[in-house]
Each structure stands twice: as C-alpha cells, then as structure tokens.
Design a protein around this ligand. Structure first.
Ligand code: AMP
Length: 218
C-alpha cells in the first residue's frame, strides 16, 4: 500500500505517521524529518534547505525530487507512507510520474482536518526528541520527566520554526500551495478527509478505519 498523509502544520501528521508505519509495517517517508537531519549534519542539501525552513517556506522542488527519487528506488517493494510530501501540485504530479515509472500508484491521500486555533496551540507546545524523533506535546502528551524523552532520556527540543510568526507563514504557505492537492487527489479518486480532533488514539482509530475500508494489500 502507498499512502499519503497531508494537512496543515501541527495537525498531528508526524505523530500519526509514526503510529501508522508501525501498525501497517510500512516505510515512513517524512520529508521534514529528512531535511532536519540534513540540516543537523550540515550536508550540502541541508545547507541549501536551512534558510527556507527557518522562514517557514517550502524548500525548492529540485532538492526535494532528488531525495524522493532515491528513496523510491530503495523502497519500491515496500509499503510506503508519505508524511509531508508532496506539498504542492508540482511535487504531486512529479510523484505520480515517478510512481508510474516503477509500476506503482498512490492508493490513498488522507487529509487531516482541524480548526486553525487548535493547531496554533498544538504547535506552540510541541517538542521532539533529536535522537528518535518521537513527538510530544507539553499539554496533551507530555513526557514522563519534564522535557526529557521517555525512551532516549535526551532533552527535548522545540523546533526552530514553531514560533508564532513562522507558524503564521507556514499556515499561509499551506493554504496557498498544499491545500490545492485536495482537488488534484479528488480527480485521481484517491482522496479522503479524516477528522483530526480528539485524542491521539481517536485520530489514529479514525485513520485506520478509513484505510481498512479500502482493503489495500499491505
Ligand atoms: P514539516 O516537518 O513537514 O512541518 O516541514 C518543516 C519544513 O520543511 C517546512 O516548513 C518546509 O520548509 C520543509 N519541507 C518539508 N517538506 C517539504 C516538501 N515536501 N517540500 C518543500 N519543503 C518541505
């Protein structure tokens, strides 16, 4: 199965993508995580991506395509969950072409839907572990010990782009560039909206229900 999870920043894609990849035993492709790792090691692509990420705007497509294409070649035999990719129409069309070339196709594009005020609150309280990438929310899903990862015991980090000004910019970019994917995936008959309100478990169950209703091969 090849799935794609999209929705505004902070809607909970990362958390749900982690759970879904464990549940369906598929490979997760998180463009944001990959880019943050590239920035952390200051690779050539990391250096090119960094200034865009700090401003909350999209990284140029050429850089994105290089990363995606090498992932697809390595994982063409696996189930895949795309998290945070594609982010605009050009990337979506390019992904479709790359998948067709490998005789694959996207089975479901799931859009997570949540009120904008709830999203801002979630983003400002979001923290992550720099070692295992596990996500926390200081209010709704706090670590056992204050700001330390339950698994790795490393201090949690607040993302540099989780500030009010950058959040606003990222929301705007989402509305302008990513939201039009709804129409595109509707035209390909693989679009489904899922409510992202409620607890992490509620949202997970909503998504699993939708996926299972499609009887996809794992
Ligand atoms: P995310 O972790 O998905 O919120 O992404 C964090 C940042 O990484 C975004 O604000 C963009 O700057 C960059 N980014 C992530 N995915 C993409 C993508 N598919 N295309 C371009 N930039 C991306």
């Amino acid at each position: 199965m090849i799935l794609m999870l999209f929705g505004p920043p902070g809607v909970g894609k990362g958390t749900q993508a982690n759970r879904l990849t464990q549940y369906y035993r598929c490979e997760k492709f998180s463009m944001g995580d990959i880019l943050r790792e590239e920035v952390a090691i200051q690779s050539e692509s990391g250096k090119k991506a960094e200034s865009h990420m700090i401003q909350g705007v999209l990284v140029p497509d050429t850089l994105i395509f290089e990363i995606v294409d090498s992932f697809l070649i390595e994982n063409k035999a696996n189930g895949i969950l795309f998290d945070g990719f594609p982010r605009n129409l050009n990337q979506a069309i390019n992904l479709n072409t790359s998948l067709s070339r490998l005789n694959l196709r996207l089975n479901l594009a799931l859009e997570m839907d949540l009120d904008e005020r709830e999203i801002s609150a979630r983003l400002l309280n979001r923290r992550y572990c720099p070692v295992c990438n596990r996500l926390y929310n200081l209010v709704s899903n706090p670590p056992r010990k204050d700001e330390v990862c339950d698994q790795c015991k490393k201090p949690l980090i607040k993302r540099e782009d989780d500030t009010e000004t950058v959040i606003q910019k990222r929301m705007q970019v989402y509305q302008e560039e990513t939201a039009p994917l709804t129409k595109y995936y509707k035209s390909l008959n693989c679009y489904q909206k899922v409510p992202a309100i409620g607890s992490e478990d509620d949202v997970f169950n909503n998504i699993v229900q939708v996926i299972n209703a499609h009887n996809l091969k794992k």
